[in-house]
Structures are given as structure tokens and as C-alpha cells.
Design a protein around this ligand. Structure first.
Ligand code: SF4
Length: 266
């Protein structure tokens, strides 16, 4: 264990919430990081936390304020789910552990483990595809499911779970990448098969997508309501793509139509 932790002490990525112990700051950072580049999260986290310093503050905000604060981070559904989780915390208090965190809306096992280990020192491994790739290479074959969870639990030091989870993540990002840089690796002795890797999933095409339309629509609607024609003008989207974006936002309850005017739901 120590070889990886020693390497990590000198190779930590620049993450602005690295020393945070406030579960709210860690939760927001982890949700933002799910589908947004680290540099952008580093730039935006402080202002989001300044505006919503607690779960209660986000819970009390209007949907428009939340989406405006999230603007530019992409995948706006995350902001809505984060507010849903904040409302649950405001009503019932913080859960006590990773298992309880997973019962909050939109919080999966990885995020729950990251928050619980960093904020509360709970020895739960934060397993994502990066963690899986590293441990599979150590074992020498692709592992998943219960086998992966049991192995990760066996490895995590009970007295340093936050450092361990971050060390695995940083090793996976800097060294044990899909194309590994084994010459820089501090733990080659643990590794059974450096040639083994899980291909990263390719991002779906963005231009012309419903996701692109959703972002453009919400950017327009956080300022004021619009008719369909006005949205065509302000978003510069083809009407078919605009319709698909609106339908998907309506389906999720983020946008409503009122007397031919589209607006963000209350
Ligand atoms: S030796 Fe290479 S493949 Fe194995 S853990 Fe280190 S970087 Fe990853």
C-alpha cells in the first residue's frame, strides 16, 4: 500500500477541493466532475459554493437560479438532481454513511463512496472505470461486479481511505492510463498484465445532438421565456433539433410551455 501512497504524496493532481472535508463541497465537486473537464470544475466550483454554500441554500433556490449557476458545465440534468438531493438533505439531514448517500436522488455508488471516504473517513472504495482498469491490471484479467468490489474493499487501508481513493484515481489519470506509462509507475511489482486495458467509451457526437440543443435552450430560457420562433432565432438551432431538445426537457420537468411561451419550470 505504502508505495502507492508515497508516490501520490508527490504527484497529486491540482484539484481545488483536495483538502475539503465538508461533505457538501465534496458532493458538488464530485457531481460536477462526472462529465466535465477537471480544469473547468476547478474554475467553477468556488463560485458555485459561494452562491450555494450549503445543501439548504441550494434547496431553497429557484430552478432558474440553479441552472444559471450551472450554465456552461453541461449535462444540466446533474444540477437538477443535485438540487433534488439537496432538498432531501435539507428536509432530513445528511445521511451517516455511503449507503445512506446512495439513497439520495442522483447519487450513485462512486459519488457516495467518494464523499463518505473524503468527508467522513469511511473505508469504502470509490470504484469507476479508472479504478477498475488499474485493479484489473494488477489481477491480470478484467474484473468487475462483486469480485472487483471485494478486491477493492480488501485493498483500501482503513486508516487512509481518502488518500487511497485519490491515489488510485491520480495513478489512473497520470500513469495507468488506457495506454499505460509503465516506466513512471510506482507499483509495477503489483501488476500482472500491463497490456490489459478497458477501452474508454467514445463520447457521442455533440454538434447536431439533442444534448447540444438542450444546453442552448436552457441558456436562452434562464434569461426570459421565449416563443418557439424566438428560440429558433436565439439558439440558431434547426427546428427539428430544437423540438427534440424541448421535448426532452419537458419530459424531465425542466421546461414548460405556457400560452405558446417556453420557460423554465418553477
Ligand atoms: S505497471 Fe503499467 S499497467 Fe501496471 S499498474 Fe503500473 S502503469 Fe498500470
Amino acid at each position: 500500500m505504502q508505495a502507492l501512497l508515497t508516490w501520490w504524496s508527490g504527484h497529486q493532481r491540482n484539484v481545488v477541493w483536495r483538502d475539503a472535508t465538508d461533505p457538501w463541497v465534496i458532493l458538488v465537486a464530485e457531481v460536477m466532475s462526472q462529465q466535465t473537464q477537471l480544469d473547468r470544475v476547478n474554475q467553477r466550483l468556488s463560485s458555485f459554493i459561494a452562491q450555494f454554500p450549503t445543501a439548504e441554500a441550494l434547496a431553497a433556490a429557484s430552478r432558474t437560479q440553479v441552472l444559471a449557476a450551472w450554465s456552461g458545465l453541461g449535462y444540466n440534468r446533474r444540477a437538477v438532481r443535485l438540487q433534488d438531493a439537496a432538498q432531501r438533505i435539507a428536509e432530513s439531514g445528511w445521511p451517516r454513511d455511503a449507503k445512506g448517500l446512495q439513497e439520495l436522488p442522483g447519487i450513485g455508488p462512486y459519488t457516495a463512496a467518494a464523499v463518505a471516504s473524503l468527508a467522513w473517513g469511511e473505508p469504502v472504495p470509490a470504484i469507476d472505470t479508472n479504478h477498475r482498469r488499474v485493479l484489473s491490471r494488477w489481477v491480470g484479467r478484467p474484473i468487475g461486479g462483486t469480485e472487483l468490489a471485494d478486491f477493492a474493499k480488501f485493498l483500501i487501508p482503513v486508516d487512509k481511505p481518502a488518500a487511497w481513493n485519490q491515489a488510485i484515481m491520480d495513478l489512473a489519470n497520470a500513469v495507468c492510463r488506457p495506454e499505460p506509462r509503465c516506466g513512471q509507475c510506482p507499483v509495477t511489482a503489483w501488476c500482472a498484465d500491463p497490456t490489459l486495458y478497458v477501452r474508454p467509451t467514445t463520447q457521442p457526437r455533440f454538434v447536431g445532438s439533442t444534448r447540444q440543443a438542450r444546453g442552448a435552450i436552457l441558456r436562452s430560457l434562464v434569461n426570459r421565456s421565449h416563443s418557439f420562433d424566438s428560440l429558433v432565432e436565439t439558439t440558431s438551432l434547426p427546428s427539428g433539433q430544437l423540438s427534440a431538445g424541448l421535448s426532452s426537457l419537458v419530459e424531465e420537468g425542466m421546461v414548460v410551455s405556457d400560452q405558446d411561451q417556453w420557460r423554465i419550470s418553477d
